[in-house]
Design a protein around this ligand. Structure first.
Ligand code: SF4
Length: 177
């Protein structure tokens, strides 16, 4: 016991250090989302999330957007608890049969205009769960999807890039430069 305690005090951690995130790139990405949201909506962007049956890997990356490092609320992006307050619906996982109705009800509870982002490979077409007896399929099999952000799981930066791409696309369709 004494030896273990001594070794833990004299040796560093055995795990590899986490890669240093690029703070400048993050700030640039988040500001782009904020600008696009203000041009399109005249205000900040509210996001409602539904886990339709994921393994939670995608949630971990998405929740990282709210941690002290990413701190997205400073850029006018926030997750909301009610679909009635949301502009964007993010969905992770393949849609399980148990979650199909909840996803549909969430979508229909959101006011227009609204957009849906399918996050992760499973949300795109079922991923490793495709064909399971418990799954309906990808998110687009249940509600209309405006954007797929692929990856297993997609990183927080990829999710931000997806939001920028979505808002840019919406602005383009509306004739907003
Ligand atoms: S895409 Fe990967 S991380 Fe996300 S729910 Fe599917 S298996 Fe999990």
């Amino acid at each position: 016991m004494r030896r273990t305690l001594f070794e833990s005090l004299t040796h560093g951690p055995l795990t590899e250090p986490a890669p240093k995130p690029d703070e400048a790139a993050l700030a640039e990405l988040a500001e782009s989302v904020q600008r696009a949201a203000r041009v399109r909506l005249g205000r900040s962007l509210s996001i409602r999330h539904v886990d339709a049956g994921s393994c939670n890997g995608c949630e971990l990356e998405m929740h990282a957007l709210s941690n002290a490092f990413y701190d997205l609320e400073r850029f006018g992006l926030r997750f909301v608890a009610s679909p009635r307050h949301a502009d964007v619906l993010t969905v992770t996982g393949p849609v399980t049969k148990n979650m199909r109705e909840a996803l549909q009800r969430t979508y229909h509870a959101m006011p227009d205009p609204k957009w849906v982002i399918a996050l992760g490979t499973c949300a795109a077409a079922g991923g490793i769960f495709a064909g399971s007896y418990a799954c309906v399929g990808g998110v687009s099999d249940v509600v209309p999807v405006d954007l797929h952000v692929r990856g297993c799981p997609p990183s927080p930066n990829e999710i931000l890039k997806g939001l920028i791409a979505l808002l840019g696309h919406v602005n383009g369709k509306a004739g907003i430069p």
